[in-house]
Design a protein around this ligand. Structure first.
Ligand code: LIP
Length: 280
């Protein structure tokens, strides 16, 4: 019997590539920039157009599937993960990069069944790198297998993180406290692509030992979480517990030793969960 989810994943890869082409074409036009949760939480008409392109193409082929899309949630859709087959979509991960033509921009599509990620697709469209993973079947970039770094010494590592889009003073203080702690271990370096999805693909590719961030959303990390684990990496919450896709906190690393070492240095805080009821 044909593998049901493989057929679905094949569609995800095709629509991610098409979406990436729309994003790249939009780079040569003026981008109308709007804001969401803060003056630095940006969105453009291209984000909205690409999300609708993906959703409409899926509805035609898989009419019973559900969606959690960044811009649909921003427009008021609920962010509740059920057991139903669900597409978790970030149409442009790295929207700020897109607005500024900073060359790391990804279309990220995660797919869950029974609340478990069955496949992840991250298309880094300016690099033309299609990162994919099926649960239990490995992770790949343009068809080549991915393997995390074998490094076990955090002092010989590169760590990725982001400053995020919160400018709340306490959150900013904690972000810089964590950054200072990790930089001072010392580590070889700290990097950030400006997109959670590509940061996680860099962990899966072995060029970064770990990525952590507080403030991300499920659509930023759902696809990348499977790509990391299928490349041999580990995922956990900022406090060392199990990763919770709705918690807005993540550590993705090449191995448990590096992950747990990073956790010790993070000044943790808890943004409102993605599945929290909207403020009244
Ligand atoms: C981005 C994330 C990134 C985070 C940014 C932003 P977006 O997603 O990928 O990790 O630091 O604040 O949330 O908004 O570009 O889809």
């Amino acid at each position: 019997m044909a593998d049901t989810w493989q057929m679905v994943m094949d569609h995800a890869v095709a629509v991610a590539r098409k979406a990436g082409q729309v994003v790249c074409e939009a780079l040569s036009h003026d981008r109308s920039v709007m804001t969401k949760s803060s003056a630095v939480d940006l969105v453009t008409q291209t984000d909205q157009k690409v999300e609708q392109l993906i959703i409409q193409s899926v509805k035609e082929k898989f009419p019973t599937h559900r969606f959690i899309g960044e811009e649909s949630v921003a427009a008021g859709d609920t962010c509740i993960l059920t057991e139903d087959p669900t597409w978790i979509i970030d149409p442009i991960d790295g929207t700020t990069n897109f607005v500024h033509s900073f060359p790391f921009i990804a279309v990220s599509i995660g797919f869950t069944v029974n609340r478990q990620v069955e496949f992840g697709v991250v298309y880094s469209c300016l690099e033309d790198k299609m990162f994919t993973a099926r649960r239990g079947k490995g992770a790949f970039c343009n068809g080549e297998p991915l393997q995390v770094s074998e490094q076990t010494d955090v002092h010989q590592s590169i760590i990725a993180t982001e400053f995020g889009s919160s400018r709340d003073p306490e959150a900013v203080d904690r972000i810089f406290c964590s950054l200072r702690n990790i930089l001072g271990l010392p580590v070889h370096g700290v990097r950030g692509a400006g997109t959670a999805a590509i940061n996680m693909c860099m962990v899966a590719s072995g060029c970064v030992e770990a990525y952590y961030e507080i403030g991300i959303h499920i659509w930023d990390v759902a696809a990348g979480s499977l790509i990391v684990s299928e490349a041999g990496g580990v995922l956990m919450d900022i406090d060392g517990g199990d990763m919770d896709l709705m918690s807005r906190r993540i550590v993705a690393a090449n191995n448990k030793k590096i992950a747990e070492r990073i956790v010790k240095e993070i000044s943790a805080f808890s943004p409102p969960r993605d599945d929290s009821p909207p403020p009244k």
